[in-house]
Design a protein. Structure first.
Length: 647
């Protein structure tokens, strides 16, 4: 009886099954090619997206040079330089002298301070060879100025904290690799003195083929790391934050470059990959933030201090969750919500799974790991005449005719799929809120619950309570009319249940149905600050019907089924976009069911009814006036509850 709990309980979502998908895209191919060239740093991150020292040592031994006493990783790890070298360099006390000697040989240096580049010749042995450092110096200075302005803070030790050294890809004397791959033109290593950050060593690869935009992106990317190091120790921070933000920064500085092509390929090609399993490819998250009009540099420092997705969401609002699901359509003609936007972002279409249908219900096969920040895109072709879309999660739907909707954490909508429109028998026009759409479309699911897609015939839709998608202003109490003391309108509810029962089969009456009656009290208090209290006091629904003759009687037998509810639920709620969302709930309801037949009353209470759990995160659409309120749970074919104001 979830429909009786003001949508305070919810089910587990749609079931999953295997299905076909579109052909492999350019993004998928790019990811496959990268995988063949070597392993990826994400393979060595823990569940929070953090690199540990033991894993870093194994990666170093496989990628740069053998380390005494360390079993190397199976294959070299591309783009591991920044995090592996910084973590190991700052873990000197954990290394043997022999191991540290190898690490020093790879780090290179000492570096020359930035303020000495392009000036008087420094002491012998301190000046890099000049070819790349002279080109890098103005880029570094411009990047320092840019990040100082955008972050609102200078480097604590000034530009002299940045030092530069030039190194070949491979040391010709020892065969030691100084960089993980030829395309890595620069690396920034955090160096500590007595536990305090005092130097950011920018290592330049003199063998990398030179391209202005790519070089500008990489060097400014590394300078951004220096600013990160100056605020916090980045080693224990998830790499989607440290590298994703730096990747975005470098590409913004350069105006986009080929540098980000593999990052975008992975962001677009692997939508179900959790954010904690991303590094550079988390550029897509920060670009999505920018596309919402929220500058990532405005919360970059706070994200380093409080390194969770919640920090991002606090800045962007829950709209970021919708954007993460819907933007995987990557269709510019559909608007920003359905487009991957960012520096050098390609127009690649992500692989979309095809929804399958089990009767009237769609199946979503590519499940997002519970609790992860990820997405899953689909195409669909609905089989019926009306499509009911219900969601307590995030993302969006876009139909081929241009109709679209974002879920926003609580959404219920009805879409007419008939070319000529949908008008119920006996009604002059289509019902309010029924949107003209097409059978085919796209749906992108963002972080959170999987939506429900239910296909109906027009007769089924007309027989059920019409989904109410009326919108209202946002706020703790929606448009304010929710606030007050409410009591269930028993007379109206009795009539509503009678209507539902007698239209269970469209066009015919339920066999043997006589009447329904609602008694008892169900009250609800909603306050302006978002507090909610519900109390049911022997609130009961009694349905009377006539059973066919049989057993000891030659006449029809009256049967009365009664379900009564009691208990109190307290919690909080928000009203937004015409939806009432339960944000917390404690307490519960109990229910008793009885059957009265031939003068005998039998208890038929099931274990599921005996104690009804009440959960947060469920929702109803609402309509209210000064004296009345209706709540329709966001599930297909839900029965609305009707209240009258009592205070």
């Amino acid at each position: 009886m979830c429909l009786l709990l003001v949508a305070a309980c919810s089910d587990g979502g749609s079931s999953s099954s295997a299905t076909g998908s579109d052909s492999t895209t350019t993004a998928d191919a790019a990811v496959d090619e990268a995988a063949e060239a070597g392993s990826d740093l994400t393979d060595y991150l823990d569940d929070e997206g953090v690199l540990g020292l033991a894993a870093a040592l194994q990666v170093f031994a496989a990628t740069f040079a053998p380390l005494p006493g360390v079993l190397p990783a199976p294959v070299p790890v591309l783009d591991s330089d920044t995090h592996v070298l910084s973590l190991i360099a700052n873990s000197r006390k954990e290394l043997t002298d022999d191991q540290w000697a190898v690490v020093q040989s790879v780090l290179g240096g000492p570096g020359i301070p930035l303020d000495q580049l392009g000036g008087p010749t420094p002491p012998t042995g301190r000046r890099p060879s000049g070819a790349r450092s002279d080109v890098a110096a103005p880029v570094i200075r411009a990047a320092i100025e840019e990040w100082t302005r955008r972050l609102g803070r200078p480097l604590s030790g000034g530009p002299a904290m940045l030092t530069v050294v030039e190194l070949p890809m491979v040391n010709p004397d020892t065969g030691v690799k100084n960089f993980s791959n030829l395309g890595n033109a620069a690396t920034a290593v955090q160096l500590l003195e007595e536990g305090a950050f005092n130097e950011c060593l920018i290592r330049l690869n003199i063998d990398t083929p030179f391209n202005v935009a790519t070089f500008d992106s990489q060097v400014s990317h590394e300078v951004f790391h220096c600013f990160q190091y100056d605020l916090v120790d980045t080693n224990p921070i998830p790499k989607w934050i440290v590298e994703g933000m730096a990747a975005y920064a470098g590409e913004i500085f350069a105006g986009g470059s080929a540098q980000s092509s593999s990052w975008w390929a992975r962001w677009i090609g692997e939508p179900t990959r959790p954010l904690t399993g991303r590094t550079y490819d988390a550029i897509g998250l920060f670009s999505a933030s920018e596309s919402l009009g929220v500058d990532p540099f405005g919360y970059a420092d706070e994200l380093l201090r409080t390194a969770t997705f919640t920090t991002v969401e606090a800045a962007t609002g829950v709209a970021i969750r919708d954007r993460l699901g819907a933007h995987y359509a990557n269709e510019p003609d559909w608007g920003a919500s359905f487009t991957v936007i960012g520096p050098a972002a390609p127009a690649t279409r992500v692989r979309r799974s095809l929804l399958t249908w089990a009767g009237a219900t769609a199946s979503f096969p590519r499940a997002i790991p519970p609790g992860s920040i990820a997405a899953s895109p689909y195409t669909f072709s609905a089989p019926g005449e009306v499509l009911i879309v219900s969601s307590l999660g995030f993302g969006g739907v876009h139909f081929s005719n241009g109709a679209s909707a974002l879920f926003g954490g609580a959404y219920l909508g009805a879409f007419c799929l008939l070319p000529g429109g949908c008008v119920c028998p006996g009604e002059a026009v289509g019902r309010p809120g029924l949107v003209a759409a097409s059978p085919d479309g796209f749906v992108g699911i963002g972080p959170g619950d999987t939506p429900e897609f239910t296909s109906q015939s027009l007769e089924e839709y007309c027989a059920a309570s019409a989904p109410d998608s009326t919108l209202a202003p946002d706020g703790p109490a929606g448009d304010g009319c929710l606030v007050g003391q409410w009591q269930v309108d028993n007379e109206r509810m009795s009539a509503e249940f009678s209507r539902v029962i007698t239209t269970a089969t469209p066009g015919s009456s339920a066999a043997g149905f006589v009447s329904s009656e609602v008694t008892g009290s169900w009250v609800m208090s909603l306050t302006a600050d978002g507090a909610m209290v519900m109390k049911a006091d022997n609130w009961a629904l009694a349905g009377t019907s006539l059973a066919p003759p049989g057993l000891d009687s030659d006449e029809e037998v009256q049967v009365v089924v009664t379900i009564s509810f009691g208990g109190t639920v307290t919690g909080t709620y928000t009203g937004s976009g015409g939806s009432l969302l339960s944000t917390s709930a404690t307490g519960g309801l109990t229910a008793n069911a009885t059957l009265t037949l031939a003068g005998q009353t039998i208890n038929i209470t099931s274990p599921q009814l005996a104690t009804l759990p009440v959960a947060a995160g469920s929702a109803s659409t609402y309509r209210c006036t000064s004296n009345s309120l209706s709540l329709t749970p966001m599930v297909a074919n839900a029965v609305a509850m009707y209240f009258v104001r009592v205070g």
